[in-house]
Each structure stands twice: as C-alpha cells, then as structure tokens.
Design a protein around this ligand. Structure first.
Ligand SMILES: Cc1cc2nc3c(=O)[nH]c(=O)nc-3n(C[C@H](O)[C@H](O)[C@H](O)COP(=O)(O)OP(=O)(O)OC[C@H]3O[C@@H](n4cnc5c(N)ncnc54)[C@H](O)[C@@H]3O)c2cc1C
Length: 567
C-alpha cells in the first residue's frame, strides 16, 4: 500500500535548478514568498551546468538599432514557426537581464568584439558563461542566505495536483524514493529539454522530458515538438565530447569504415565537397534549410543502413592548428585537455540529440494556460522555431524567469492554499500510475527482474528514438517505431512496479519515456514536409500547407490530440 511519507506547504514549487529554475526561485524569494525548489540531482544542474562543455554563450541585442535586425534573424531562422511576441520581449529585455547573471552567482564575461551566433545572419554581443563548479558554490551561498527558500536535491516531481481547476500541489519522490505531498499556490516548471530520451545525446541524464509530461497531464499544451536539434558529436577517441563545427572549414573529407568518402555521390550537381563542408562549419545543429544538410543526412542514412554507431572519420588539413583566432585556439586547447588532437587522433563524429526547440506553449509571462502553472527555460516553446538561433536559450531562461516570477507574484496575491488530504493524494497517484493490467506480473518476477525489465525498456526506447526519430525520418520508420513502443508499453504494469520503493524513479522515467516517445514520433509523422530541424526523407521539401504550428494536448482520459493551428 502506497503511503504519503510527509507533507510540505509552500507558496511556490519551483521544479528544476538549471538557469531558469535558479533565476525564478531567487526572484520569488526576494519578494518574501515561501519557495520550495525541487531538483532531480544536485543544485545547479541540467544542461545549463553540464560539465562536458567548457562554456555557454548568450546572444544579446547590441543596440537599439540592432533590435529589428535581431528580430529579422530570429524570423529568418525560425521558418515561420516562432512566436513574434516572445521574440520581441527577448530582444527588448536581454540587455538588462545579462547584467543579472552575477546576482544568481553565474560567472559571465562579454566576448571581445561581436560574433555571429549559430544561424544568425548578423554579428552581435555574446556573453560567455563558464566555471560550473564555481557557479554551484556561488548559488549555494546565495540561496543559503534565504530563510524562505528551501532546496530539495535528488527529488523528482512526479505529478501536479489541481483543485478547482488550478494548481494546488504536487507529488514528489524524495532522495529515499518516498512519496512526498506538496501543497502550493503555484508551480513553476523549469525542467529543461529531453535530450536523454535519445541513445546518443549531448545532455546530462536529468534532462529527460519529465516536465513535458507533468505539464501535459496538468492540461497545458505542447507545441513544435517535432523540431529537435541534432549536432555532430565526437564518438571517438572520447565519446560524447562536444564537436566544434567551425573546424569543418579545415576538413578535407568525412570517411566511412570502408575508406570511401561519405559525401561521394550524395551531393547535388554544382555543390562541391569543400563548399558543402564550409557551409556546415557555420552552424552546429542540422538544418534542412541549408545546403550543408547533405552531410548529416548522409551520416544518418549510412548509420541506419549499416546499424553502425561508430561514427565517421574526419580528415583535417594541418592548417587547422595554424589558425590563431581565439575561437579556434580555445576549442583546440580544450580538446587537448580531453586528450584529443584532431590531426594525430582518429576523430569520429555522428549526430547526437542536443536541444528541443518545442515545448510547453506559453505567453510572454511564462503562463501555460493552466492557472498557477508556469513553464520557463528549454521546457517551454520559446523564441525558437524550426531552427534554434544560437545563444538565445540561456538568455531566455533569464528573460522569462524574471517575467514568470513577476506574474506569479501578482497571482499569489489572490491565490490561497488548498488543503489536499492524504486520501486525495493517494487517489491521484493511482490515476497517474494507471490501474495496470497485470501484464508484467509473472510468477518469476522479482525485484531484480523488475529492475532489469525497467532498464531494458528505457534503453530500448532510447535506441528506437535514436534510429527512427533522428535527422532522417520517414513514415515507414516512424510507424514501425510506434509499434515497437506500444509493444513495450503493453508489457509494463507501472502501478505494480511502483510498489517497489528502490526502483520508483526508474518506473517514472520508463512511464514518461513511453508517453514522450509516442508523442514525439506522432508529431514527426504529422508534419509531412521538411523544415528546419525536421527532415522527412519521404517529403523532402518545405510545403507552405504546413506553415502552421503543431499543438499537442491530452484529454482527461489520456488520449492525445494533435492539431495544426495558426498560433
Ligand atoms: C552541450 C550544450 C551546449 C549548449 N550551448 C548553448 C549556448 O552556447 N547558448 C545557449 O543559449 N544555449 C546553449 N545550450 C542550451 C542551454 O544550455 C539550455 O537550453 C538551457 O541551459 C536550459 O536551461 P533550463 O534551466 O531550462 O534547463 P536545464 O539547465 O536543463 O535544467 C533542468 C533542471 O530540471 C531538473 N529536473 C528535470 N526534471 C525534473 C523533475 N521531474 N523533478 C525535479 N527536477 C527536475 C534537472 O535536474 C535540472 O536541474 C546548450 C546545451 C547543451 C547541452
């Protein structure tokens, strides 16, 4: 029998401690509200503070006259899929928000001169964030000064509870996997993206899309979920190391295991290998919008055909190490600290999942449409569209973190705490877990075999997504993937598995992965065209009939509805 181990009352529950969660929690605590910040791992985590990268950039409006140019850059890269009101807010407010990095303990430095961010057509100011351990220490010190701000680490929020059609609380699993009930007036989700649902990704494991399911179950809508960034990452000599795409300007060739060039026979007439690689060197993520797309498409087609995940060998000119620009030297020196030399080592790359362009549909205050529920940071569908302009995700955490806090403070003035009984909480949990059909109850089931089943299910989903929902997509592939996931789901009795305290967090991850993978695959199926980050082998052209955004919602019975809307 499931027990609620304890109950916590607070004004606002903040979920996640990346840049967005930290910003919003401090803003709310500054105004004297009781804040509980729950975070899956440790404080200052997620993609924001991922140790496998050296720094993060924030793109900042250079001057008043740059505002309309910046907006034009956002519009051009989005291929019609972004929200103009959110973009306007960003270009208007980011100059003030970068000045507030130091208030939350984030170390940032303005780069000398201006630089073009990924997909930007114009250069502008870039601030570099770095030194994750120092930041974590700073944030701990700052948060420690607030009596009204509590942090719960190694705690996973598993469901939001509504009463009178607004947010009233949540259920969490604490560090001992015990169920904790929270009563709150509002909740801010800042849970990041979902890169780790892909077998090969450039994210930490806590970035797993659980916030998307929390929001969807609470009645929020998701939008643009089919637009996901894939970036070439290094598979060897050091797996999951960030690849600096700018080095491709010095790349002579990309080579398959057979020794043949990956690009021979795949480039259209008139596009030379060197020209294609030069274009590819200007942007990290794959996009269908540029001629460089043939590189990523060729990699993924070869991987699918050969079921070979080793990646492709890069052959560089020695001039690579003669470029003395800071942009090159910083990256190449950082690679050296990881023991990688691009000329001496056999360096291989493959597409890795990286960031989600879509997410929870919000207004310019981060409101999700569910009273008392906010979504900010990468979890939200923000100013990115079919492509994600570089350097805006970090900035958006600051801009919309501040705005969500301001609106939430107004909301709190009128909201009251609703009591939730243990009985109600248990009933809610039962509904979330489902009744189960006993499929996974076998005579031979044991804690060990349950754990193994959960592990295998999670890994299988990650593999299915990596092969079928990657750079190259097709109806045949997507339908087959959906079928495989439905089969995994039919073998899983979530409510029975949840009874085992030790593996509860794994059960929730498996449940969320099953739901998220299906909605992602269905969104990819619906968009029967190629646009930005979404490429369909069977519909290789952009089609004006699909110049609408795809919204996903869930009815109370749990059925998903997908709809193209002009919003
Ligand atoms: C390698 C890499 C390079 C990047 N480079 C740039 C760049 O140069 N410029 C740029 O603008 N952006 C960049 N990005 C993207 C950017 O880092 C992210 O979009 C941004 O930092 C996300 O911040 P966030 O606060 O929304 O989420 P995250 O930082 O991912 O934090 C999410 C938090 O939520 C917690 N969490 C998740 N689910 C739950 C749950 N159910 N319960 C409790 N806690 C939960 C996690 O533990 C974590 O603390 C990069 C990303 C990566 C991975």
């Amino acid at each position: 029998m499931l027990e609620i181990s304890r109950k916590i009352k607070t004004d606002v529950l903040v979920v996640g401690s990346g840049l967005a969660g930290i910003k919003v929690a401090k803003e709310l605590a500054d105004q004297g509200h009781e804040v509980l910040l729950a975070t899956k791992m440790k404080l200052a985590s997620g993609s924001s503070f991922y140790p496998l990268k050296a720094s993060l950039g924030t793109q900042v409006t250079s001057s008043n006259s740059d505002k309309h140019v910046f907006l034009a850059d956002i519009t051009a890269s989005s291929r019609g899929m972004h929200r103009q009101d959110l973009a306007e807010v960003y270009v208007d407010e980011i100059q003030d928000r970068v000045k507030e990095y130091s208030d939350i303990g984030v170390v940032s430095k303005k780069l000398e001169g201006e630089r073009k961010a990924c997909f930007a057509e114009h250069p502008r100011d870039i601030y570099l964030l770095s030194d994750w351990d120092q930041i974590r220490e700073n944030v701990s010190g700052i948060f420690g000064r607030y009596e009204n701000l509590a942090v719960l680490e190694r705690t996973v929020v598993i469901s939001l509870i509504k009463k009178e059609n607004r947010i009233a609380g949540a259920l969490m699993l604490d560090q001992f996997n015990q169920v904790v009930l929270v009563e709150c007036k509002a909740a801010v989700l800042a849970t990041g993206g979902f890169g780790s649902i892909y077998k090969h990704n450039l994210n930490p494991n806590d970035v797993d899309g659980s916030g998307h399911i929390l929001a969807l179950e609470a009645g929020a809508r998701l939008v643009n979920m089919e637009f996901i960034q894939f970036i070439p990452g290094i598979t060897s000599p050091r797996y999951k190391t960030l690849f600096g795409e700018h080095t491709l300007a010095y790349c002579r060739d990309i080579v398959k295991d057979s020794g043949e060039s990956l690009l021979d026979g795949v480039l259209p007439a008139g596009l030379a290998k060197k020209e294609c690689l030069d274009i590819r060197s200007t942007h990290g993520p794959f996009t269908d919008s540029l001629e460089s797309k043939y590189v990523d498409i060729a990699m993924m087609k070869e991987i699918i055909a050969a079921k070979n995940e080793k990646g492709f060998k890069l052959v560089f000119h020695k001039e690579l190490y003669e470029n003395e620009e800071e942009f090159y030297t910083v990256y190449l020196n950082w690679l050296k600290t990881k023991g990688i030399d691009m000329l001496k080592d056999e360096v291989r790359i493959a597409p890795f999942a990286h960031a989600s362009n879509g997410g929870v549909h919000i207004d310019p205050y981060g409101r999700s449409g569910v009273p008392g529920l906010y979504a900010i940071g990468e979890l939200s569908c923000n100013i990115e569209g079919a492509n994600r302009l570089g350097g805006n995700s970090t900035g958006a955490c600051m801009v919309f973190g501040k705005r969500a806090a301001a609106d939430c403070i107004r909301y709190l003035a009128k909201a009251r705490l609703c009591a939730i009984s243990d009985q109600d909480a248990k009933r809610h949990l039962k509904t979330v877990l489902g009744n189960g059909d006993g499929n996974s109850v076998g005579e031979n089931s044991s804690p060990e075999s349950d754990k193994e089943q959960l592990h295998q299910t999670i890994e299988k989903i990650r593999e299915i997504l990596w092969y079928s929902g990657n750079v190259v997509r097709s109806e045949k592939q997507l339908l087959a993937a959906l079928e495989k996931i439905a089969e995994l789901q039919s073998k899983m009795d979530i409510s029975r598995l949840f009874e085992q305290q030790e593996t509860r967090k794994m059960v929730i991850k498996a449940k969320n992965f099953m739901e998220l993978s299906q909605l992602l695959l269905r969104a990819m199926l619906e968009r029967k065209e190629s646009r930005g980050a979404h490429y369909r082998e069977d519909y290789p052209a952009e089609n004006p009939a699909f110049s609408k955004r795809l919204f996903i919602s869930r009815n109370p019975a749990g059925t998903l509805s997908l709809e193209f809307l002009d919003q």
